[in-house]
Design a protein around this ligand. Sequence first.
Ligand code: GLN
Length: 231
Amino acid sequence: NNTQTAAKKYIIACDAKFAPFSFEENGTYKGIDVEILNAISKAENFQYELKPMDFEGIIPGLTSNQLDGALAAMSITEERKKSLDFSNGYFESGLSLVTNKSNTSIKSEADLKGKSVAIKKGTAGAKFAEDNKDKYSLVLNYFSDSPSMFQAVENGNADFLLEDFPVIAYKIKVDKNSKLKIVGDKLNTVNYGFAVNKGQNATLLSKFNSGLKKIKDNGEYDKIVAQYIAK
Ligand code: GLN
């Protein structure tokens, strides 16, 4: 019914700790995901409530309809497409191999044999480690957010971690005391997409796609990204 549609306030999740895409600073949320969502909602005239969460809760939140959508630097994968619908890609990313600066034994994927890895629950990085666990005899250590995963490698509690390139590159750039380094080139290339429960939120998905096109065309998208990532 029309009244309900007009009053609809979407519940949209972001990752609570995933700079430069979504993070808290002085009590407010900011970042590329937070700001493009805000710009798109204005361009498309919809209301939403932002729900910062641990990534591991986001896909279950979508599939149980507790969330209407998620803009959480989520990689578009074939596996996820079985339970989610994705928007057009809005940011190119991929996984990086990351070690402590003092590590001299890991120079490429070929050196991972028998190493322990820090991974974040529910992520593409965790999936990569799980898929390669037997091949490299990996020891898996799970964390609920990226800062805890970074700490594990900084403190020597894990040999390496897997993180999205733009996120680890930003961390190393802004945190002058970081003990982390990126090893080699990205392991893959993926796109991030806005996600909704499969077959259940076509309206919101098309608003996102339409708004994304508008903010790309009018330069707002580039302005937001440029605040965080130098070209
Ligand atoms: N892009 C990664 C994934 O989709 C990580 C996302 C995140 O940690 N917020 O799994």
